[in-house]
Design a protein around this ligand. Structure first.
Ligand SMILES: NC(=O)c1ccc[n+]([C@@H]2O[C@H](COP(=O)([O-])OP(=O)(O)OC[C@H]3O[C@@H](n4cnc5c(N)ncnc54)[C@H](OP(=O)(O)O)[C@@H]3O)[C@@H](O)[C@H]2O)c1
Length: 255
């Protein structure tokens, strides 16, 4: 690997936005560390991308601290100088009202979207700080972190955490040249809704039917743009939604 090849560490690279980021960054010449729980998918992606750029894949569950530690500690030397951490792994589970939600779903969202993201970040911070100017953390938030909706409960709250954590990280890291961005997409067509519906493809299909949602590649294009800006430019928050997704007025409950 050429020593000037920038390296991106991506969580949740097995599908959707994470996979699209892997493809988009590879086409721009970035070396890649691709992680996720489904190793087979990572290996297939590697086969496809490693023809053009250096790729390292590792099975990693962000809810399992020791799994993250193992991956970080065993990074092959050429992949050590990380320029970008893309904290993308995340889940929404369940769509009913809070009073009908499964407590286990809430805890899984917290463990993945909050604890997982925080743990990966903390363990990779020394490498990003050592990289210095140009290093970037992109945390994938959501418009749900700003805009509440029925059934959003813990998912929306977890993405509000991602936004605020990003701002607070930025306060501490700007002095050492590390940029931090909360990249907040709206409705994006991926496996996200199928996972939310516990594998019910029909509900997922109906959710996207008749709409023109963002494609994962649309979000990946924004991530690459953020990462390749001049070193002194930090986009603090970037919200991107499809044209078809709109606010609605407050609902007034009447007796
Ligand atoms: N789709 C949307 O409408 C939308 C909108 C706003 C924000 N987002 C955010 O965008 C991010 C990516 O979502 P997506 O739309 O691309 O959904 P997706 O297709 O379901 O991808 C989610 C990714 O997260 C990974 N992941 C989930 N749990 C994990 C765990 N415990 N450990 C490691 N990886 C884990 C999955 O990999 P494995 O299952 O292989 O581990 C998968 O690669 C998420 O943070 C999501 O909240 C999505």
């Amino acid at each position: 690997m050429h020593e000037t090849t920038p390296i991106a560490f991506i969580t949740g690279a097995t599908s959707g936005i994470g996979q699209a980021c892997a493809e988009r960054f590879a086409s721009a010449g970035w070396g890649l560390i691709l992680t996720g729980r489904r190793l087979k998918r990572l290996e297939t992606l590697k086969q496809h991308l490693a023809e053009s750029v250096p790729v390292h894949v590792a099975e990693m569950d962000v809810t399992d601290r020791s799994s993250i530690e193992r991956v970080v500690e065993s990074l092959p030397e050429p992949f050590g100088n990380i320029r970008l951490l893309l904290n993308n792994a995340g889940v929404a589970l369940g769509k009913g009202p809070a009073q009908e939600a499964e407590l286990d779903d809430w805890l899984t969202m917290i463990q993945t979207n909050i604890s997982g993201l925080v743990t990966v970040t903390r363990l990779l911070l020394p490498r990003l700080v050592a990289h210095g100017p140009g290093a970037t953390i992109i945390n994938i938030g959501s418009i749900a972190g700003h805009t509440p909706y029925p059934g959003g409960h813990v998912y929306g709250a977890s993405k509000a955490f991602v936004e605020q954590f990003s701002y607070n990280l930025r306060c501490d890291l700007s002095g050492v040249g590390v940029r931090v961005t909360d990249l907040a997409p709206g409705m994006t067509e991926s496996e996200f809704t199928e996972v939310r519906m516990k594998g019910d493809r029909e509900v997922a299909r109906r959710y996207y039917a008749g709409t023109r949602p963002l494609q994962p590649g649309d979000v990946a294009a924004q991530a690459l743009h953020i990462a390749e800006l001049p070193e002194h430019v930090n986009i603090t928050r970037l919200e991107v939604a499809p044209l078809c997704q709109q606010w609605s007025p407050f609902t007034i409950l009447r007796e």
